[in-house]
Design a protein around this ligand. Structure first.
Ligand code: ADP
Ligand code: ASP
Ligand code: MG
Length: 438
């Protein structure tokens, strides 16, 4: 069985929802993972933020606007009065839940429950639509099997066991629809796989059922060799290895949630990226093979903070790095890049939740400097094969860019440079013209 995920734009209007229905109903049994309609999760985040700020009146205005939008969607989506009524009931239930948080104190459970409503609405509406059009379709409730643990890591064992049970409970259908993004956490509360997480849902389900293929359908024809939001004339890549795709996704290529590739790689399930607006295009195929050598693509990840610890005690001493790493471990803060000299170590983090405590603890080992608003630009490909002169090619291309850190040699798939975010666009553009499209 295949797992197909459709993103926000792909289900962004009644017309697009119908296009998705026509695409998936080819007689082959499948699981379809849906995001919320485009713009919905952003609106729900805004609503939650107003509630946190106790700005309840503004929250109510935005809730009302969003509800009106969905009533219009229902009106346009269904033909029969009976289904229009059922569609309105779906919308009514979701908005009753959202409105219930406009009184009393607001907390994380409220926020996560509000954020979940977008996927709950889109999946219920598309399931109704498909049945109205004679396609035997059932809803697989993601909250009954998608789970994260205390460390917010997906619990694949739980997902595998419980999706089986849910299949048995709901019985046979030609098409199964489920919610991307949403899950339960270790406390049994509604939670999510972070923004863009529907891709990750699809790969987790793919791994859990040992799918033949995981397809991520979106609004572009596949993985491009640079970020089309910042660079013109980017080109589609036909094929990527799991490792290359994982590095690109982790380092900011928005087309894939950072963790999407991992479950697919473990089970060796091909991942195909496809364009909902141009379904006959082959898209990008991600497998264990790497075709071709050299540089494939670049990507950038924003919101990076660089931390530098300088200490005379580091000179000729062992145990220094261990002490430094222990601080980050203590505050559960992952490190992305690292670079050392005899007297200093620089590293980068993107989670600054405990930065002040980290700084305080690191202060015991030396002088600490922090640089915010940085971006990691990551150059990915089968790089080791690129003979001599590779590094100089990259550095020549980056001539004039203020590079703050470099990581080279950690993996054969990745060279990363740290630049101030204000220089990110320029960095991506110069890499495109001098390294990728020459
Ligand atoms: P969806 O809502 O379908 O999940 P996303 O907006 O999350 O879609 O991802 C698709 C978008 O990712 C594209 O429209 C494009 O602007 C952006 N993007 C960023 N980097 C890349 C890349 N390297 N290749 C393709 N698209 C990219
Ligand atoms: N709807 C969620 C978001 O906008 C998840 C997703 O679309 O992948 O982040
Ligand atoms: Mg996405």
């Amino acid at each position: 069985m295949k797992v197909l995920k459709f993103g926000g734009t792909s289900v962004g209007s009644p017309e697009n929802m119908r296009a998705v229905m026509n695409l998936v109903t080819d007689g082959e049994q499948k699981i379809v993972v849906l995001s919320a309609m485009s713009g919905t999760t952003n609106s729900l985040v805004d609503i939650a933020n107003y509630l946190y700020k106790k700005n309840k009146d503004t929250a109510r205005i935005f809730i009302g606007k969003l509800e009106d939008k969905y009533k219009q969607v229902v009106e346009e989506l269904f033909t029969s009065d009976d289904n229009k009524k059922k569609g309105l009931q779906v919308v009514h239930e979701a908005f009753t839940t959202i409105k219930s948080f406009t009184s009393g104190t607001f907390n994380l459970v409220g926020e996560n429950t509000i954020l979940a409503q977008g996927e709950l609405i889109s999946t219920n509406l598309v399931t109704l639509l498909m049945n109205e059009n004679g396609h035997r379709t059932k809803l697989l409730p993601a909250l009954d099997f998608m789970k994260i643990d205390e460390d917010k890591a997906a619990d694949l064992h739980f997902i595998r066991d419980n999706i089986k049970a849910v299949f048995q409970k709901i019985g046979e259908a030609d098409y199964y629809i489920t919610q991307g993004f949403i899950c339960k956490d270790a406390n049994g509360e509604i939670n999510n796989l972070q923004r863009g997480g529907s891709d990750y849902t699809a790969s987790l389900i793919g791994a859990a059922i040992d799918a033949d293929e995981i397809q991520i359908w979106t609004d572009i024809d596949g993985f491009h060799n640079n970020d089309p939001r910042y660079v013109e004339n980017t080109q589609k890549i036909e094929q990527l290895s799991f490792n290359e795709a994982a590095e690109l996704a982790y380092f900011g290529a928005k087309i894939l949630h950072p963790q999407t590739v991992l479950p697919a790689r473990i089970q060796n399930i091909p991942v195909r990226l496809k364009n909902t607006m141009n379904p006959t295009d082959g898209g990008t195929l991600i497998t264990s093979d790497s075709d071709g050598r050299g540089i494939k693509a670049v990507a950038a990840k924003d919101g990076i903070t660089a931390v530098k610890i300088r200490s005379g005690r580091m000179l000729m001493a062992y145990g220094f790095l261990k002490n430094i790493f222990e601080v980050f471990e203590k505050y559960r803060t992952p490190i992305d890049m690292i670079s050392t000299s005899e007297v200093a170590v620089s590293l980068t983090i993107d989670n600054t939740l405990n930065l002040n405590k980290i700084k305080e603890d690191l202060g015991k080992f030396g002088t600490v400097e922090v640089d915010e608003d940085m971006s990691i630009v990551c150059i990915v490909g089968d790089i080791i094969e690129e003979e001599k002169g590779f590094a100089s090619k990259v550095f020549n291309a980056l001539d004039g860019i203020p590079i703050r850190m470099i990581s080279y040699g950690g993996s054969r798939h990745n060279i990363s440079v740290l630049v101030p975010t204000v220089n990110k666009k320029e960095t991506l553009q110069t890499l495109s013209s001098k390294l990728l499209n020459h």
